[in-house]
Structures are given as structure tokens and as C-alpha cells.
Ligand binder design. Structure first.
Ligand SMILES: NC(=O)c1ccc[n+]([C@@H]2O[C@H](COP(=O)([O-])OP(=O)(O)OC[C@H]3O[C@@H](n4cnc5c(N)ncnc54)[C@H](O)[C@@H]3O)[C@@H](O)[C@H]2O)c1
Length: 353
């Protein structure tokens, strides 16, 4: 089975979880040993069929290092769960643009290495898919790397909340180039948004009426810090829209990232409040705390999305691939209810395997 060749933009916490996950699940053939994976095999593709062939960053502690070393360099704080041997892939210096925000500048160290020609490196590496894992505030840089993917003839996965796959202008550009594009803003595997939506759906389905609900979270990764000054409003809009879509009538919903707590490291605490009424206007309340580790929450969904992209590439699908977007992202071009998104994804995999 030829490998699915992936290039990483940003070697932060998500990249660390992905690379460690590839090692951790490297021998998985069947469901044995696959605890933690939603799909041990997808369209015949296993996690071991994914291969990272190029990586770009701008931080001095990562540029010039083998991926095996770079993923554990500061300020990354995703937990170490696997020994990663040298990969032979050295992190190259990309263009900084708006990569760092006001609040992250103090913890970042910009490399003085010369910027490489990213499109040229992508082509030489044989990358088929470019995975954008830049900080959420890096809007300009995200678009710049999407342009490099187009030049190099690669599909593009946008894990950030910047609107690329859900922007008709970009979807058209990738369609014109005959390349697939998916995004925006990756869905977590055991994410607070999915949990919140499921609770609301269950309550509504059972005849309760939600009166008001919020979901607020705090985290200790660099991404949480970046969110504070650059994307809090945008993330709140995306999450609120997604959560509100789970309730079949208009109600008061607030969902968003709230603060950065450094000692949490890569952990994230989410707080949910739901109030409503049921039979004879009887009141109900849910007051819940949900704790996860942030970066591993991206791993299983990234495995699925990357393998889905390989199926799309095999079948020469182009432009925004809607079933993949609806399944793996919080802000797809077309938002579907959770079950419908799952169904659309399964159908896509069956039809393209
Ligand atoms: N569970 C999750 O972690 C999750 C879920 C949904 C979405 N996302 C999104 O994934 C993205 C990555 O998250 P993360 O936690 O890995 O972030 P992170 O801050 O840990 O990593 C970002 C990396 O990008 C690098 N970088 C900054 N500017 C750059 C540039 N111009 N060129 C190349 N590299 C550059 C940084 O040095 C850093 O290594 C974010 O946009 C986040 O919103 C993550």
C-alpha cells in the first residue's frame, strides 16, 4: 500500500499528538490495539499508511531539528506518550507573516534561518496533502500556505478556525486546480462542542425545552494563549453557531474559549450550564465540568480526515469535499447535524474506497 504523504504546517501540540499517535498506533492492522481510534481502518487505509514527509515552523527551537526532537521542544506541552525515533524529516523555516500574536510573542523565539521556498520543498518531498496546524490567529499565514499547496499540487486540510474551505473563493481555487480542500476548525474526538450538542439534542428529543445554555473553557496550551488576544470572538461565533444548530428552536446559547491558565499545561477544562423546563414546566439544570487533554483530542479525527483526503485524491475529487468537512470540522461549508454528518462521511468512504 503506497503511503499517504503529508506535510505539516506548524509543529506545535497537535503535530506532536499526530506524530506520537503514528508511532503509538504504528502496528494497528485490526481493531486489536486500536483503543482510542474511531476508525482503525478507513477505506482500507490504516494509521501506518500515513507518512509525514515535510514540516515547517518558524520557532528557533524547532527549525533545523528532526521532527522526533522538534515535537517535544518548548513551548509545546502535549504529553509524551510514545518514544519517537528519528524520522529523517527536518523542520524547515516557513514564512512568519502573522504567525505569532501579541500575547504569544513573549514565549516564541523566531528563528533567524533563511525562509525556504515552501512550494519547492513540498514538491520535492512528494507531499500529497498539506495539513495546516498554525495558531488560530494566523489568518494571513494560513492563506499563504494554502497558496503554496496550490502551487505544489497538494490537497489542503485546514485545522484552524480561519475560513478557507468554507470560503467559496478558496473552494473555487482548489476546484480549478483539481485538488481537494477540507476545513475549517477541526472537531475534537471527545470535544466539548460535540458533548454539548449531544446533551441538548437528547434533552430536546425527550421533550424538554432548553431555556439557556453556555459552555466556557480554559486551557494551558499556546493555542489558548493565542486565542485570548486574536480569535476569542471568532471562535466564540463558530462554537455558538455549531451548538445552537443542535436545538431545533431559537434559544440563548453562548459557547467559547474563555481564558489561558498556564499551569494546566496542555489540559483543557470545559464548563457547561444548561437550564430548561420539562413536564408541566418543571425546572431542570445541568452544571458540568469536563476535563480533557487538548492535543490528543485532534489525533483520531486527523487520522480520519487525512485518510479521507487520500480517498478523495485517489478519485480525483476537487474543491471543498463536503462530507469530510461536515464530519471533521466545526465550520464546514455546510453544517450538518451530528448523525447526518457521520452518515455522509460513511457514505463518502464506502463510495470512494
Ligand atoms: N484539539 C486541538 O488541539 C484542536 C482542535 C481544533 C482545532 N485546532 C487548531 O489546530 C491549530 C494548531 O493547534 P496547536 O495546539 O497545535 O497550536 P500550537 O500553538 O501548539 O502550534 C502552532 C505551531 O505553529 C508554529 N507557527 C507559527 N507561525 C508559523 C508560521 N508562519 N509558519 C510555520 N509555523 C508557524 C508555531 O511555532 C507552533 O509550533 C490551531 O489553529 C487550533 O485552533 C486544534
Amino acid at each position: 500500500m503506497p503511503k499517504t504523504k503529508v506535510a505539516l504546517i506548524g509543529v506545535g501540540n497537535c503535530a506532536s499528538a499526530l506524530i506520537q499517535g503514528l508511532q503509538y498506533y504504528g502496528k494497528v492492522e485490526t481493531s486489536k490495539g486500536s483503543t482510542g481510534l474511531r476508525n482503525p481502518s478507513l477505506g482500507g487505509l490504516k494509521p501506518k499508511d500515513l507518512q509525514v514527509v515535510a514540516a515547517f515552523d518558524v520557532d528557533d527551537r524547532k527549525v533545523g531539528k528532526d521532527l522526533a526532537e522538534a515535537i517535544f521542544a518548548n513551548p509545546n506541552n502535549a504529553p509524551k506518550v510514545a518514544e519517537v525515533p528519528k524520522s529523517g524529516v527536518v523542520v524547515q523555516k516557513g514564512q512568519l507573516l502573522d504567525g505569532f500574536g501579541k500575547s504569544t510573542q513573549s514565549i516564541m523565539q523566531v528563528s533567524t534561518a533563511v525562509d525556504v521556498d515552501v512550494a519547492k520543498v513540498l514538491k520535492k518531498s512528494g507531499a500529497e496533502i498539506v495539513l495546516n496546524l498554525l495558531p488560530s490567529g494566523a489568518a494571513q499565514a494560513s492563506e499563504w500556505y494554502a497558496e503554496q499547496a496550490l502551487v505544489a499540487g497538494c490537497g489542503f486540510v485546514n485545522a484552524t478556525p480561519n475560513f478557507i474551505a468554507s470560503n467559496a473563493k478558496w473552494a473555487k481555487k482548489f476546484a480549478a486546480a483539481g485538488l481537494p480542500l477540507v476545513g475549517d476548525d477541526l472537531v475534537d474526538q471527545v470535544g466539548s462542542t460535540a458533548l454539548h450538542k449531544t446533551l441538548l439534542q437528547l434533552l430536546s428529543k425527550n421533550g424538554a425545552k432548553i431555556v439557556e445554555t453556555y459552555q466556557l473553557d480554559v486551557g494551558g496550551g499556546t493555542e489558548s494563549l493565542d486565542t485570548m488576544d486574536r480569535t476569542r470572538d471568532a471562535k466564540r461565533a463558530i462554537k455558538t453557531e455549531s451548538v445552537a444548530s443542535a436545538v431545533p428552536y431559537k434559544t440563548d446559547v453562548v459557547a467559547g474559549s474563555t481564558d489561558y491558565v498556564d499551569f494546566l499545561q496542555n489540559k483543557r477544562d470545559s464548563y457547561f450550564w444548561i437550564s430548561g423546563v420539562y413536564f408541566c414546566n418543571s425546572p431542570m439544570r445541568i452544571d458540568l465540568k469536563f476535563s480533557t487533554v487538548d492535543a490528543p483530542n485532534a489525533g483520531s479525527v486527523l487520522f480520519d480526515v487525512l485518510r479521507g483526503m487520500k480517498l478523495a485524491l485517489n478519485k480525483k475529487q476537487k474543491g471543498a469535499i463536503e462530507p469530510l468537512c461536515a464530519y471533521g470540522f466545526k465550520h464546514p461549508p455546510k453544517l450538518l447535524p451530528l448523525e447526518a454528518a457521520e452518515e455522509a462521511f460513511k457514505k463518502f468512504v464506502t463510495e470512494n474506497s
